[in-house]
Design a protein around this ligand. Structure first.
Ligand code: PMP
Length: 382
């Protein structure tokens, strides 16, 4: 299998797995227990907290571990949006991940006033539209660092300034960007940054939110219980998962700046090959995008059909597919693609262990699949 779906998930790096293994059975203690076994687990959790904090230039004490980015986004949005009477409004970008959009849509049913901000044809947030929509009635602005479908990177420091100018707090879902792009919660003044281990060669089912001092003063838990994670997220910590996240952050920090040029070299090779098939549009900007990510609309074909023609290649359609009816991606519609164009999309994500041979093989598979699909659909078009 040629795995080019690193925006969906990444394999656990062997270095990360090695760090996790002792905490399943040897050092199995509950990090909240006061005996030696518990203290050993707690020390490992503390180290992981330091490593997560270091990668995003944050305070270790600001790191709250969760079950992933979906939970972290829910915690921020539900836990912080209602912090002040007179600020019923939440402003989010149209192209956010569904773990943000569906959460705010649910909140809108119980009184939150939801405002969506537009993007341009490359998926870049319209800062004038944002400035116009953020007011002194806004509690929270939520914009992702890098888009998971089309790789557009947001100017987070500018967005934070716009939010703060009206007294609102800024949440950045940095799930796709952390480990691939440099990010500093301090320099960009991000009040809440959310991330997930399985997007940076760590395990699935663990993530974190970094909460600024200002954020800490207002956020309330959404999961109640034993008061773990300074009361913000109750529940026994997933110690092996947390250790894995910490180690994944250390590795990501050590290769940051070195790995991305290689991801981009491979993605550029893929791009040159894929464009050769003709009638292809790149989704998202040509440069300054999430390293390794490319998304295309292939004229006259269906993305699901293409994937079925290439079982040896793991890529993804741009569609949010429910089992019965594939719906076109809200991101592709937001950047102005038609319904049919949006259903013709494929997303590729190059990763740490991708080889040049795999890219070359993928180009042949994609080219053959597109040509075959187009030739079969010709009679129907005439
Ligand atoms: N936000 C973004 C931008 C994502 O890409 C994802 C994963 N697809 C999530 C949130 C959800 O992360 P998790 O799988 O950890 O819940």
């Amino acid at each position: 299998l040629i795995y080019l779906d690193h925006q969906a998930t990444t394999p656990v790096d062997p270095i990360v797995l090695d760090a996790m293994l002792p905490f399943f059975s040897g050092d199995f203690g509950n990090a909240s227990s006061h005996h030696l076994a518990g203290r050993r687990a707690a020390l490992a959790v503390d180290d992981a907290r330091d490593s997560v904090g270091a990668l995003i230039d944050g305070r270790p004490s600001g790191v709250v571990f969760t079950s992933g980015a979906t939970e972290a986004n829910n915690l921020v949005l539900q836990g912080a949006a209602g912090y002040e009477v007179g600020r019923p409004n939440v402003v989010v970008c149209r192209t956010e991940h569904l773990s943000v959009l569906d959460t705010v849509a649910a909140m809108a049913k119980s009184g939150t006033e939801l405002t969506l901000v537009d993007v341009d044809t490359d998926g870049r947030i319209n800062l004038d539209d944002l400035r116009a929509k953020v007011t002194t009635r806004t509690a929270l602005v939520s914009v992702m660092l890098a888009n998971n479908e089309i790789g557009t990177v947001a100017p987070v420091a500018e967005i934070a300034d716009i939010a703060h100018a009206s007294g609102a707090l800024f949440h950045c879902d940095a799930t796709q960007g952390v480990g691939r792009l440099p990010i500093s919660v301090r320099a960009s003044e991000i009040d809440f940054l959310t991330l997930s281990a399985h997007k940076l060669y760590g395990p699935k089912g663990v993530g974190a939110v970094h909460v600024s001092r200002r954020g800490q003063a207002v956020i309330e838990p959404i999961i109640h219980g034993g008061g773990h994670e300074r009361g913000l997220r109750s529940g026994t910590l997933n110690v092996p998962g947390v250790v894995g996240l910490g180690r994944a952050c250390e590795v990501a920090g050590s290769v940051l700046g070195v790995e991305e040029p290689e991801l981009e070299r491979l993605a550029g090779r893929l791009h040159a090959g894929v464009m050769g098939v003709g009638d292809v549009i790149l989704n998202g900007p040509i440069s300054d995008r999430l390293p390794g990510n490319r998304s295309y609309c292939f004229g006259g074909v269906d993305g699901e059909d293409l994937l079925l023609r290439m079982p040896q290649l793991a890529a993804s359609t741009g569609s949010a597919c429910s089992s019965a009816s594939p719906a076109p991606s809200h991101v592709l519609l937001a950047i102005g693609r038609s319904y049919d164009e949006a259903l013709s999309a494929l997303r590729f994500g190059v990763g740490r262990f991708t080889t040049e041979q795999e890219i070359d093989r993928a180009v042949i598979l994609v080219t053959d699949a597109v040509r075959a699909a187009r030739s079969e659909s010709l009679p129907a078009r005439n």
